[in-house]
Design a protein around this ligand. Sequence first.
Ligand code: BDP
Length: 647
Amino acid sequence: MLSPERPGLFRVLCLFALFEAACLLDTGMLFPRESSSREVKELSGLWSFRADKSPDRNQGFDKAWYKSRLRETGPVIDMPVPASYNDITQDPTLRDFIGWVWYEREVVVPARWITDEGTRVVIRVGSAHYYSIVWVNGVKVTEHNGGHLPFEAEVGSLIRKDPTQPCRITIAVNNTLTLETLPPGSIQHIDDITKYPKGFFVQNIYFDFFNYAGIHRPVLLYTTPTTYVDDITVVTDFLDNTGQVNYKVSVQGATTARVKVTLMDKDGHCVASSTEPFGVLKVVDVNLWWPYLMHESPGYLYSMEVRLMAANERSTHEDVYTLPVGIRTVSVTSTQFLINKKPFYFHGVNKHEDSDIRGKGFDWSLIVKDFNLLKWMGANSFRTSHYPYAEEILQMCDRHGIVVIDECPGVGIKDIRSFRNASLNHHLDVMDELVRRDKNHASVVMWSVANEPASEMPPAEFYFKTLIQHTKALDPTRPVTYVSNSHYARDKGAPYVDVICINSYFSWYHDPGHLEVIPLQLNTQFENWYGKYQKPIIQSEYGADAVPGLHSDPPMMFTEEYQKVVLQSCHDVFDQKRKQYVIGELIWNFADFMTAQGITRVVGNKKGVFTRQRQPKAAAFILKERYWRLANETGRLPPWTKYPCSL
Ligand code: BDP
């Protein structure tokens, strides 16, 4: 458990542990940023595309499609990157495709990248779902197991081999989920030819969102010098008015290099500096990073410029990387969640990366719209249900002060075979990748290792104990949780989490239509969990489906009125319990989203308070009123934000 009591010693220990943990990972995964020493070339746009519809989905490998231009090995179509491929065409077999798809793009690389041997050229894929293999000019450069997280490879030597040729990038992506993937799934072949066509198979999944696939986030080429800043780790603290930035810079490509670290405020003034690769920067009269609606200037970020100088016999290289840094602390007691030593109440949402046509494809317009809606409704937080979101989204959270519970793709761990070592090892690797990617975001205040696993099964105890301890060793500065919907007394992982997160759907999946049971059942739920574990509780999901435009009074399920009353009945109980140990409420869901087809889903899950096109349902106004009231009660707001109607 994180303790606020002995912050000084505790923080120093944490810092060393975090640096040790960072060393266990091979390399860093800094977000690619341009600087005087680094260039970035975005490869977003149209790529050539083909799904391998051969019966075993292996034709692409048998015929080595990566060796020549994709259009020379068969027909191709245009495919936007980033985007899920599923909803781009009118072809139902592509929407529901399972197996390998192939992407290809030729890139003209600046001549200097080729001629200058002192330049490292890296290809980086923001994420592709699920398993990816990357070739450059027919040579395999990397493969990656898992969606939602970035991967990269150095390609300089390959593009230098024949500078007269454009650089041809081929990426094969396979969306098949097995008992050992995260999320898990299983492939079921059905051989009964009296009922199913020959070769019929389905992908079974145990989670409630469409298994969108393809290259979901931007693909980039970027450069660094050959001696470069590979990773930076920061852990922040403060005492009275003085902020502390504990940092460590990892360098690759040289055994000796000089480092200059400069911390600048918003106006570009230097507030602290050092010439050591690790140490503590002290900031007098610190501007802390505060959540949205908790302070008049939320999301304050300093800039930490790391300048690296390395010399060899012939020349001097300089690498410059600038990291945004928010100075804040996070801690947990048995009844509170503290940010900067002050109680923080999560009034926010669960989201999905999901929209029409793009599926899970990265889209700035959608991201900015969603942030505007979050701020409009007075939400101060969200959970990245049920997988890590794009880094650009976390950067927005840092800047706007939106607090994040960062969840890994451990959703739908229901089959007992998914608790075996192979699954656990992969889950540990994914946590390594997630913490490595997101450790420096001020907005990220807690890790969630899973959503609604079968945590009552006997092997769940060892599984979650190992996973949570591993995550705490990776990052001792943040609390760790997983989201439960199992019975409080039988939940095997709860003793190991710092915060209890519970999902429940009273008068929906249980006692449908009986709104009157909500107060009693929700109250009992809280008392049971707190009584057994004495840990703070977040209602991490609650809600009801509403088909927009469906109305009834008295309220009936699936109408906007019913959704409203479910929310209001829960809010009454939250208001009693937040005076005790309930530290947050996150609505399920921010917006309607696509799911697999099934008899309980009407073209997707309709529990959004906004439609999939981001228009408000009646429930959005209920939440807006409530969240602004909570903010006015618990936060320190500037006059212009006091009344939402003035926005
Ligand atoms: C919860 C799941 C979430 C679902 C939601 C629902 O965590 O992924 O979409 O139920 O059924 O149990 O709407």
